[in-house]
Ligand binder design. Structure first.
Ligand SMILES: Cc1ncc(COP(=O)(O)O)c(C=O)c1O
Length: 919
């Protein structure tokens, strides 16, 4: 099996407007004159010539968050015409609409019968808003709905949306019972106004708005025992139990058999109202006029909306029995627009269309729903790993994609997205752009594709969807991320380069079979997690080899994907799982996560936001079982070396202590190779006041002739203070050091003065004058004096330029992203430049996770996490600015014992982290 090449016929599949099978369009043939007229009319109506201006208006004045998200997903198509199940864009491409405005399109787009009702209204000149007089149209709609309603529901209150209908239902119940408690279900959706939102069982959507209001409680959906217990305890205070017959936004989840009957019985017994929310399921959607009719249960109160608007107008209504009507409600709950003639006339026509010919359309929905469900099941059976479930009723169906990352074997975006439950959203984008199919994930269940076409959808249209979905799932199954995400990427590279990459991807080995035994922690095995992020272009590029894209383009893709984050998207993506075996025969289980932001992006965002992202990633990792979490690269920087993280239940390490050991050892080895005598050498430490720089300086100060600490010039005063403190810390450390430092060395000079009782601050000042221990903010000025250079900064800039370095010097760069550019090695073969902070795994084992370092090699901070996982009984971590030298030495010893070795790539050849690339 090889990766399929891009199929050039895909985009043409929906490139011509189709009128066949579409009765609405067939009667109005598309001519270029008609199109031109429409375009001119559109331009006049909206006052803009092109879509860019609309998008800009939206971003500026409407909702930039949603505009960005749609753009990220590639979902924002400029539809200019709708007819039946089809939409058309300005270029004439047609799209089959299986998202169906979340159930608000019973008869498709622009149904002629609804336009006829509107036109009749226009010609009759009937006024729409005549409050406080009663309206004919409103009264007629009430009567029609009462006639269609189940059981004794003969009262109708009219409003303008589903949420308002729910709001009114809650007030009806409270007024009728004189009680306030409303029981609802978790993962339910009842709307966004405060009362409806309080009933909606989804804390993430409630908390920012102070919801739920007092008087609401939530139980697991479908759990009859929990409901019984709740009524046993609170039945006498309960005004209502509100529930969907089939949870729509919660992931197309039908109520289990008997659940509604139990609810009915409990509500009756305790004198509470049963509200069945049929805003989405009502009026034919599930193959019965009302979903509750699939059971014998009749609610007391039933909110409706969506389909009642005929796909054209906003409207809502509540059906209820006289036993729920009170004077309080009747005289105190009103609406300016509710029951207006315009919407009511449309509602009347919608009810007529649904009930005509003994509900022929609704019966057709039941049939077509079966057909589509069967078809979806057949497609699912062809992709058993990918599709976890297919379910639903009538034309409210759901296809649940598996969120098991292990079904996507190789590291890459499919694996990460599956784990984040983000695959369904991107599949919708793919199907839209490549197959001309509109689908949308369920609101509260991101891995469920909601299939909710107009009730008038044809079998042929269903077949088109099924074939397209089959192909889309096939692309994922093949691991063909290049093709899957192509529509999100601008084609920028030269053509031959593009082709070469395409060929390279085509030659990648076929997707390996899913292993029978995915990697899981064994009992008692220590579990760690490591939170990283792409630090350079090489790490972007290696993230998903099947994209076959240069790092810059992968970064563009990440940025677009970040635009699509919704409130449920996990902060970090799972990169891979691994088991580490040490030379001593111990093992640990680890999970590696990545925040999808480069260093510059993390620096550019407000610190509070960056910290919140890391906090969330850490909390998620702990929730998934990590007993120790390590922070990589800028995740340490933005959290002030983990000090900004709150209430983490397990130890968190920055990995800095072992990075220090690796940095110092790396620099010393480089010095030896360059024949540099340490006790006579001048050592420049960039980032000398930072956590890694300072601890490294303490250790290097024990051996070198003189030391220059360099601070960040961005904040001069603070840096000066920190450098002064760092210099005194160096003095204090050397003053207490045992042994016999070489005469003339820095340590020797400190010891001599300390023995005379000179205080540390004065020693520092004296040594500074003598040039033995100095500090500076100007790296350009001091770098040329260094025989040894250690870079441990948090700036993504390439500070160490070829012209700044002394002949024959040794350089060790542990900054991530590096401060050494690739040109340094090329331009200066006299230098020994090592990318410090890299270590070889015990036995050079491959972790199976590629994050821009060679196989069998990892970052020292990652290794520290692995090493400390074996010390959970006596946890120690790198935390904060001040690292103890003892911790560094302990990690060096432990690493040695477990089999980790310094990784110093061959001189002038191997640049392990690739082109650092600037962001
Ligand atoms: C079951 C249910 N109730 C209430 C609502 C809220 O309706 P609206 O968006 O018209 O306020 C919805 C909308 O999706 C719904 O599905």
């Amino acid at each position: 099996m090889t990766c399929p090449r891009k199929n050039s016929t895909d985009s043409s599949r929906h490139s011509t407007p189709k009128t066949d099978g579409d009765p609405n369009v067939a009667s109005t043939p598309v001519t270029s004159t008609a199109e031109e007229k429409r375009a001119a009319l559109r331009a006049r109506l909206s006052g803009v010539a092109d879509r860019g201006e609309t998008a800009e208006r939206y971003r500026r004045h409407s909702n930039p968050y949603v505009a960005r998200m749609l753009d990220g997903l590639g979902m924002d198509v400029h539809y200019v015409r709708g007819a039946g199940t089809r939409l058309y864009d300005a270029e004439g491409n047609s799209y089959l609409d299986f998202a169906g405005a979340y159930g608000a399109l019973p008869f498709g787009h622009n149904p002629p019968e609804i336009w006829e009702a509107i036109s009749d209204l226009q010609q009759s000149a009937e006024p729409s808003l005549t409050l406080p007089s009663l309206l004919d149209a409103s009264a007629l709609l009430a009567e029609r709905l009462a006639q269609a309603a189940p059981g004794h529901l003969n009262q109708v209150w009219q409003c303008n949306s589903g949420a308002e209908a729910v709001e009114a239902s809650l007030k009806l119940a409270r007024a009728a019972t004189g009680r306030t408690l409303v029981i609802s279900t978790r993962n339910s959706f009842h709307g966004k106004t405060l009362g409806a939102l309080s009933a909606t069982g989804r804390p993430r959507y409630q908390t920012p708005f102070g919801a739920p209001s007092p008087g609401f409680t939530h139980l697991p959906f479908g759990d009859a025992d929990a409901l019984k217990r709740a009524f046993d305890e609170h039945g006498d205070e309960t005004a209502a139990f509100i529930v969907e017959a089939l949870q729509g936004e919660g992931g197309i989840v039908p109520a289990p058999d008997g659940y509604l009957a139990t609810a009915r019985e409990l509500c009756t017994r305790f004198g509470a109202k049963l509200i069945i929310d049929e805003v989405q399921t009502g009026l034919g959607r599930t193959g019965r006029l009302f979903a509750c009719e699939h059971t014998a249960v009749v609610p007391d109160i039933m909110p409706l909306a969506k389909a009642l608007g005929g796909g054209m107008v906003p409207i809502g209504a509540v059906l209820f029995g006289e036993d729920s009507l009170t004077e309080d409600f009747g005289l105190r709950h009103t609406s300016t627009f509710g029951g207006n003639a315009f919407c009511s006339r449309v509602g009347v026509r919608a009810v007529e269309l649904l009930t005509a010919d003994d509900q022929a359309l609704v019966r057709q929905v039941a049939e077509r729903g079966e057909y589509l469900l069967d078809g979806l099941r057949r497609v699912a059976a062809k992709h058993p790993d990918l599709v976890a479930d297919v379910r639903g009723q009538g034309l409210l169906l759901g296809v649940q994609l598996s969120d098991d990352p292990d079904i996507h074997v190789s590291q890459g975006l499919f694996r990460s997205l599956a784990d984040q439950e983000g695959l369904a959203g991107f599949l919708c984008g793919y199907l839209l752009r490549n197959e001309g199919i509109r689908l949308a994930p369920a609101y509260f269940a991101n891995s469920v594709l909601r299939v909710e076409p107009p009730l008038t959808v044809t079998e042929e249209e269903c077949d088109t969807l099924l074939a397209a979905l089959d192909r889309g799932l096939g692309v994922i199954e093949q691991g063909d991320s290049r093709r899957f995400f192509a529509h999100l990427l601008p084609k920028t590279g030269p053509r031959d380069a593009e082709e070469a990459r395409e060929q390279a991807v085509a030659q990648l080995p076929a997707r390996p079979a899913v292993p029978d035994q995915p990697l899981r922690p064994s009992a008692g095995e220590p579990r760690w997690a490591f939170i990283a992020h792409p630090t350079d272009m090489a790490s972007y590029e290696s993230y998903d080899s099947r994209l076959g894209l240069p790092g810059e383009q992968v970064r563009v893709l990440f940025d677009r994907m970040n635009q699509c984050r919704n409130v449920d998207t996990a902060a970090a993506m799972l990169v891979g799982r691994c088991r580490v075996r040490t030379d001593t025969g111990e093992s640990s289980y680890g999970e590696i996560y990545a925040l999808p932001y480069g260093a510059q992006r993390l620096l550019d965002m407000p610190t509070a936001r960056a910290t919140a992202l890391v906090q969330e990633a850490v909390d998620d990792a702990v929730a998934r079982g990590a007993q120790l979490v390590g922070l990589g690269a800028y995740t340490s920087v933005v959290t002030a070396n983990a000090t900004a993280l709150k209430d983490v239940k397990v130890p968190v390490t920055t990995g800095n202590a072992y990075t220090v050991a690796a940095a110092v050892d790396g620099l010393e080895q480089a010095a030896v190779q360059q024949g540099i005598r340490l006790d006579a050498a001048c050592c420049v430490v960039l980032g000398g006041a930072g956590a890694i720089g300072l601890a490294s300086s303490l250790l290097l100060a024990e051996k070198v002739g003189s030391l220059v600490l360099v601070g960040n010039p961005a904040n001069r005063r603070r840096s000066q203070e920190r450098l002064t403190a760092a210099a005194q810390a160096v003095v204090a450390h050397l003053a207490e050091l045992g042994g016999n430092p070489a005469a003339g060395s820095l340590a020797w000079a400190v010891r001599a003065r300390a023995a005379e009782g000179v205080d540390h601050a004065r020693i520092a000042a004296e040594l500074s004058k003598e040039g033995l221990l100095t500090w500076s903010l100007e790296s350009e000025a001091v770098l040329p004096g260094g025989d040894l250079i250690l870079a441990a900064t948090s700036t993504p800039d390439q500070l160490i330029r070829p012209e700044l370095v002394r002949q024959g010097a040794a350089v060790c760069d542990v900054s991530q992203p590096p401060n050494v550019g690739p040109q340094l090695k090329k331009a200066r073969p006299d230098l020994k430049v090592v990318a410090g902070g890299l270590v070889e795994m015990p036995g050079r084992q491959d972790l199976g996770v590629d994050f821009g370092v060679p196989s069998g090699v990892t970052y020292a901070c990652t290794a520290e996490t692995m090493i400390l996982a074996h010390r959970l009984h006596d946890p120690v971590v790198s935390h904060g600015e001040k690292l103890s030298v003892e911790l560094v030495r302990m990690l060096r010893d432990e690493a040695q014992r477990l089999g980790y070795r310094l990784h110093l790539p061959d001189e002038h050849t191997d640049q392990p982290t690739g082109d650092p690339g600037h962001e």
